[in-house]
Design a protein. Structure first.
Length: 141
């Protein structure tokens, strides 16, 4: 299966069966995604191959060892090697087809953002609303 960043500059291929995903709710993962959680999985280095765009990849590391790689053009997080292992971290949202993989584990739920929980009035739409005004009206309810 193939994956790519938002602008398509960075692309990669994963071969073999894809392990199920985890979602991490820690503050670092929330900040790097701008969302409630970071969905990802790991594959062995031998099952991973860059197709294009390696020169566009930028890296940010914290003194603690936390690392995130991202496309220097669009900012999408991209796969990166997991330190001291033969594993590569794969962001789930970049995959064009994840096969039968599903979220199997939620990590750091104790530090999940309180706003990440659905309200009693939560609306689920199969697609987007017909306009931004329509979305705003839903949010005001």
């Amino acid at each position: 299966m193939n994956g790519e960043c938002l602008c398509g500059q960075v692309s990669f291929r994963v071969t073999g069966a894809l392990p199920d995903f985890y979602q991490c709710h820690c503050s670092l993962c929330r900040k790097v995604t701008g969302s409630s959680a970071n969905a990802a999985t790991f594959v062995h280095q031998k099952a991973f191959r860059w197709l294009s765009g390696e020169a566009h990849i930028r890296t940010y590391s914290k003194p603690t060892g936390y690392r995130t790689d991202f496309c220097g053009e669009c900012g999408s997080p991209v796969p990166n090697p997991l330190r001291n292992t033969d594993l590569v971290w794969i962001p789930a949202g970049l995959l064009k087809d994840a096969g039968n993989a599903r979220v199997r584990v939620h990590l750091h739920t104790g530090s999940a953002a309180p706003w990440a929980r659905e309200s009693e009035k939560c609306v689920r739409l199969e697609g987007g609303p017909e306009s931004l005004d329509a979305l705003y009206r839903i949010l005001e309810q």
